[in-house]
Design a binder for this molecule. Sequence first.
Ligand code: ADP
Length: 169
Amino acid sequence: PWSCSGLAYRAMSTKVPERNKERSFIMIKPNGVQRGLIGEVIKRFEQKGYKLVAMKFMQASEEHMQKHYTHLQSKAFYPGLCKYMSSSPVVPMVWEGLDVVRTGRVMLGETNPGDSLPGTIRGDFCLHVGRNLVHGSDSIENANKEIALWFREDEIVTYTAGQYDWVYD
Ligand code: ADP
């Protein structure tokens, strides 16, 4: 009786190491929503073993997108990018797990979909840099900033993932 339920018991009682609680801000961009790829993006993070801790479906204002992309203010594409990103709904999410910032970027592919390998989200589903489908934080510091911009503390859900002991040793 312990072979299976023992693992479930351990997940409930063992403290999760800090490194397994890293968080990244991942957002499905307007074309990901419009092209019916919400499930595809979520599926990949779920299947990898990451834990969803926050998610919204919303249309953001241009001002909000300007804050999100404030580091790109000097770029020629910045106004168009902020306008595009606020033109249609997006799916902002927080995913949690080991190395999720770095590995999340690997799963997304390169900024330019043309440089992204097949098997990555951008490599598999898009063509143009201005329509690269998904955003992912590029550092832990930026992940924390982006999570704070998009989610209140009480919108981040604390729970034990049933698969924990089948994902981590
Ligand atoms: P990433 O999203 O991969 O972290 P950046 O932070 O450099 O990349 O850029 C943010 C977003 O701005 C990109 O995801 C892309 O949608 C858009 N972008 C970047 N470069 C260009 C460009 N040359 N023309 C149009 N859009 C661009």
